[in-house]
Design a protein around this ligand. Structure first.
Ligand code: UD1
Ligand code: CA
Length: 463
């Protein structure tokens, strides 16, 4: 939509969040609040977006990678004053200006299109998006005349007792014909309870000066709720999370208990994958097809192939190949690259390591800074001793090797392909191909030692 501009107000501090961070950069499902609004506007087909920033301007702007224009409102003197800052960018523009608040992350492109459509169809100078609110506390109220025409908006704090009974409220989303908007902004005053320049006063100005004003009334909806504190933030996060999960379900992903899972914005999940309860998928994560994830798993910034199982495990910044099974109780982190058909069993931690196809690391193992080849068996309790107290070193285990239980691989060390390492060995030197390495002291037997030393343990009588 070429001749439509959107102005998003995001200069306020959001004091009710009680936060060191500006309200609009608090995240919901992995995406800052303001970006939810920007994305909804973009999805409605509007590319000319102006964002008004003020409080923590640099931090707020840094969150926005979309192509938008910024204007500053160094002092927050009200919503009307905020829009005024966009004047240099709007001056001389014909057409419609959409105004939204940066604290309404639930707004959808469908509703944005609806208000623009009604505004344009009815050839109005101004349209406000309203809704009926059973508990309108804090919101601006829509004032209508006897014939039902919108005549103005009165803020909660400026309302008379009679006006406070009005349940139709201002959602904070408007369409203005740009010329009307600029003219009415010139005429705002701050003679009100908060000594602010209210954007809402533009409505009565337009009506008094012969412009057509109207309202698009939404049915009962959560979409336009402004998020002002942490309670509302949690409530909105739940709704967005549910929306994200429902989209995955519609695309062929099974969630056994969707409400117990958290799936962040942008996560991809392949068809026929089943997600068990209490699973968190976040960041830049991509799950393949036919996987089984969870219960109780957290996968962050990671990629899995198809037919992967992740049970009761934590995976961070790693990749997992097709048909690999992870868990229960495994921890894959920081640049681990696990091949296809691998088994990473219980209580195994892998850090910054490559593990080749068909390799098994079945239990109780630490692998750090290592390159483990294909078809290797890592026995129970193997530890890669990658840290000498000062530096991290690398271990390499070649293809088809067998590392017995409770082996220490003291890095830097290389175990060549096709070799065996006896259980309990501490390997500090290279193991050549096709060899067996035993690095432990031999077993000694002292016959009848127990009897000679009088150390026979008495059997306890049965109780
Ligand atoms: C505003 C409306 C109210 C409406 C409600 C809907 C006005 C005067 N009031 O009230 O009618 O029912 O939204 O949620 O418009 N902002 C700036 N600069 C400022 C002031 C605010 O950028 O100087 C931004 C804030 O960052 C926020 C948005 O405008 O994103 C709304 O401001 P807020 O203070 O939350 O307005 P409300 O009191 O909720
Ligand atoms: Ca608000």
């Amino acid at each position: 939509m070429k001749d439509i501009y959107a102005v998003i107000l995001a200069a306020g501090a959001g004091t009710r969040m009680k936060s060191d961070r500006a309200k609009v950069i608090h995240e919901l499902c992995g995406k800052p609040m303001i970006n939810w609004v920007i994305d909804a506007v973009k999805a409605a087909g509007i590319d000319n977006i102006i964002v008004v920033t003020g409080h923590q301007e640099e931090r707020v702007r840094a969150c926005i990678t979309e192509n938008v224009e910024f204007v500053s409102q160094p002092e927050q003197l009200g919503t009307g004053h905020a829009v005024m800052q966009a004047k240099p960018l709007l001056q001389g523009k014909k057409g419609t200006c959409l105004i939204l608040c940066g604290d309404t992350p639930l707004i959808t492109s469908r509703t944005i299109k609806q208000i623009i459509h009604e505004h344009t169809e009815n050839k109005r100078a101004m349209t406000v998006l309203t809704t009926i609110c059973e508990d309108p506390e804090g919101y601006g109220r829509i004032v209508r005349d006897d014939s039902g025409n919108v005549t103005g908006i009165v803020e909660h704090r400026d309302a008379t007792l009679e006006q406070l009974r009005i349940k139709e409220i201002n959602t904070g989303i408007f369409c203005f014909e740009t010329e009307w908007l600029l003219e009415s902004l010139e005429n705002l005053s701050n003679q009100n309870n908060q000594n602010e320049y209210y954007l809402t006063d533009a409505v009565s100005f337009i009506v008094k000066n012969g412009g057509r004003a109207g309202a698009t009334a939404l049915g009962c909806t959560d979409e336009t709720a402004g998020i002002n504190d942490r309670v509302q933030l949690a409530w909105a996060q739940k709704i967005l999370n549910r929306r994200i999960i429902e989209e995955h379900m519609r695309n062929g992903v099974t969630f056994l208990d969707p409400d117990s899972c958290i799936v962040e914005y942008g996560v991809e999940i392949g068809r026929d994958t089943v997600i068990y309860p209490l699973t968190i998928l976040e960041g830049n994560t991509k799950i393949g097809r036919d996987c089984v994830i969870g219960p109780n798993s957290k996968i962050t910034d990671s990629i899995t192939g198809d037919n992967v199982t992740v049970l009761n495990s934590v995976v961070i910044e790693s990749s997992i190949g097709d048909k690999t099974k992870v868990g229960p109780f495994a921890y894959l982190r920081l640049g681990s690259c696990i091949g296809r058909n691998v088994k990473i069993g219980d209580f195994v931690e892998v850090k910054k390591s490559v593990i080749g196809d068909h390799t098994k690391v079945s239990h109780l193992t630490y692998i750090g800074d290592a390159e483990i080849g294909k078809n290797v068996n890592i026995g129970c309790g193997v530890v890669v001793v990658n840290y000498d107290g000062q530096k991290k070193h690398k271990t390499i285990v070649g293809d088809n090797s067998f590392v017995g239980c409770n082996v220490n691989l003291v890095s830097p060390v290389e175990v060549k392909a096709n070799s065996f390492i006896a259980a309990g060995s501490t390997i500090t030197e290279e193991v050549p191909e096709y060899s067996l390495a035993i690095a432990r002291s031999r077993q000694t037997i002292i016959h009848d030692w127990v009897i000679r030393k009088g150390r026979l343990r008495e059997q306890k009588p049965e109780e």
